[in-house]
Design a protein around this ligand. Sequence first.
Ligand SMILES: C[S@@+](CC[C@H](N)C(=O)[O-])C[C@H]1O[C@@H](n2cnc3c(N)ncnc32)[C@H](O)[C@@H]1O
Ligand SMILES: *[C@@H]1O[C@H](CO)[C@@H](O)[C@H](O)[C@H]1NC(C)=O
Ligand SMILES: *[C@@H]1O[C@H](CO)[C@@H](O)[C@H](O)[C@H]1NC(C)=O
Length: 348
Amino acid sequence: MGILGNGGRSHWAQLLLLLGLAFVAGLMTSLFLRIDSCKDVFTERSAEVKDPVPLPKSQAEPDLKTLPSDLLTFRNKCGEAAPVAQVRSMLLNQIFDGVSPFEGFPPPHVEPFLQKEKIKGWGSQDKVFEDLIKEVRPQLIVELGSFLGASAIHMANLSQSMGLQTLILCIDDFRGWPGFRLYTFKDIQQEHGQVMLYYQFLQNVIGTNLTNSIIPVPFSTTSAIEKLCELGIQADLIEVDAAHDFHSAWADINWAWSLLKPGVGIMFGHDYYLHVDNRGVGRAVHLFARLNGLHVQPHGAHWILRRPASPSARRSVLSDLEHLRPGKGQGASREHQGLHDRRLVQLT
Ligand SMILES: C[S@@+](CC[C@H](N)C(=O)[O-])C[C@H]1O[C@@H](n2cnc3c(N)ncnc32)[C@H](O)[C@@H]1O
Ligand SMILES: *[C@@H]1O[C@H](CO)[C@@H](O)[C@H](O)[C@H]1NC(C)=O
Ligand SMILES: *[C@@H]1O[C@H](CO)[C@@H](O)[C@H](O)[C@H]1NC(C)=O
């Protein structure tokens, strides 16, 4: 009886209810277990990221009303000055295993990707190059941003025609920027997403017979400058023409300044008036000049940073900015705003 009758049906219902309850209970338990094991993972993770050397309390909990002092100041001491005659071999040894990157170029698998010559830049033959090379008669030039080598080749050609033996270090990651091949540079080939910019640069330098004057330094500007600084390499002339947003230009100018030959070197750069990033390049140049007591001289589409002739005018305003340092609070943002305002007045 029972099971198949009416009473049986209610038994079935009770059984199903029990099974259902048991299922839900099981589900809850496993959920709790899972939450528990997650808790373990969370505690483990937070243990992993805990700094083994605890920061002093003042740094661990930054007071956002003040600015860290190295927000505005960069390293300015480099390795002991290296003789310019040794720079080429130093770089070949440090970067290229002692073998010139031009040697045996192009390898067979690269040759089909290359054009005999593709030298194209932006304002790469402007008068500023000739004027500054005439004035400085540089032994060593550092270029930040070389692309296909147009400006470097022009500078090397100018130096040779003036009877100079100038060495030009071309810092560039040789990747251009995302999408640069869409229009004008469609013909720069790529292989598995690796663009042939570096190889075409080498090809251009070889094609113009300037391999004795030009050496590529195929890294990011920051890491390359760090290395040159460590090696004590000092430039008479530095051209800044890599990324054009404010923060990149600001970092490039500040880091590269440490490579400039003390007292005599000149720095210049392109796209002074470029609108990108709310005139990021111009803003960076002016902020740097003001903080370091330098003079900005516009030259066509370029800017030139010079030290003022009189030593009294050379005083850096950085020493006036003590109140920007941590712990002095409030004034920081006011002074910052002041810089911003003056800069806008100068630029517009
Ligand atoms: C405007 S192009 C340089 C043009 C060159 N001076 C001329 O006149 O022919 C800018 C170059 O900067 C390089 N560049 C941009 N950001 C860089 C970075 N952070 N590190 C290294 N190179 C960078 C790009 O690969 C690109 O080749
Ligand atoms: C080098 O300069 C000379 C003029 O002095 C010019 O005729 C020649 O085309 C230049 N070469 C390159 C590669 O820029
Ligand atoms: C290439 O340049 C070197 C100097 O670096 C010079 O001695 C040589 O004559 C040049 N060759 C050609 C073909 O112009």
